[in-house]
Ligand binder design. Structure first.
Ligand SMILES: [Zn+2]
Length: 263
């Protein structure tokens, strides 16, 4: 009799409490300990953005069967490293400026782990204990060029994407990501007297890392494809390195994901 009562109370919520989500561990792959640097509460206040038209922002990936975007955990910092290569110290400064703006727009805390010599790769491992220790690898922001990264060929000024990881309850959380930057394209603008376009491209690619998708509205930084700064036109947001209202609404939402202690 007692057993029957227990069974009746045995809902999915109780199962979730007794068996909290953990990062899935695919065969042959290592993962870091759960909850490295997890603070129990979000590190920065959420950002309240003005309402914007739904066509002015979008998300790259949704939790299965929902309209809830996949996000980073706001309860721990997002670490990043910069591979400056030919961009030199000026490249690292531009990255820091772009990160500061994206952090302010999302309410996500970023921590600069300095320089790295890691080359960008489509096959990058999310966990690299030899290089980065017992934690998810930091976001890699790599100044590169089309000879190293064929995806940067032609008019492509940058590429970016986040790396989601599935937990044992089927939820996805971004744990790291990569930004590829076309050094000759971006630095030619800097040499010509303005770093706004280069910073705008870095912000756009960081938006992709955090889960922002392209939009068709040319007034947004997330407009269009991976093109040179001039694509937005001389007064376009990418050229100016400015976030539009839709960008702000989308980034604020991407900064409000749930905490993910199990990953
Ligand atoms: Zn893009």
């Amino acid at each position: 009799m007692v057993l029957i009562v227990v069974a009746a109370l045995w809902g999915p919520a109780n199962v979730a409490r007794l068996f909290p989500a953990r990062a899935e561990r695919p065969m042959g792959e290592g993962i870091p300990p759960a909850g490295v640097e997890f603070a129990g509460t979000r590190l920065l206040p959420p950002v309240h953005a003005a309402p914007a038209g739904s066509e002015t922002y979008g998300f790259s990936m949704m939790q299965t069967g929902t309209d809830e975007p996949v996000t980073f955990d706001p309860c721990r910092p997002i670490h990043y490293v910069t591979r400056t290569a030919a961009a030199g110290p000026g490249g690292a400064r531009l990255v820091d400026e772009a990160v500061a703006q994206i952090s302010a727009a999302t309410g996500l805390k970023f921590v600069n782990d300095g320089l790295t010599d890691e080359a960008p790769s489509e096959q990058r491992q999310a966990f690299q204990p030899e290089r980065y220790g017992q934690r998810w690898a930091p976001v890699l922001i790599a100044w590169s060029d089309e000879s190293e990264s064929p995806g940067l060929a032609g008019r492509v000024a940058g590429l970016g994407g986040g790396r989601p990881w599935r937990d044992t309850h089927g939820r996805l959380t971004y744990v790291t990501g990569t930004v590829w930057l076309d050094t000759p394209t971006l630095m030619s603008g800097v040499s010509a007297g303005s770093s706004n376009g280069a910073r705008g491209v870095i912000m756009h690619e960081l938006g992709h890392v955090l889960g922002a998708a392209h939009v068709t509205d040319p007034a947004q930084l997330m407009f269009g494809g991976e093109r040179t700064p001039s694509r937005g036109g001389p007064s376009g947001p990418l050229f100016a390195g400015q976030l539009g209202a839709g960008d702000r609404a989308g980034l604020a939402a991407l900064g409000k994901g749930p905490c993910a202690p199990g990953v």
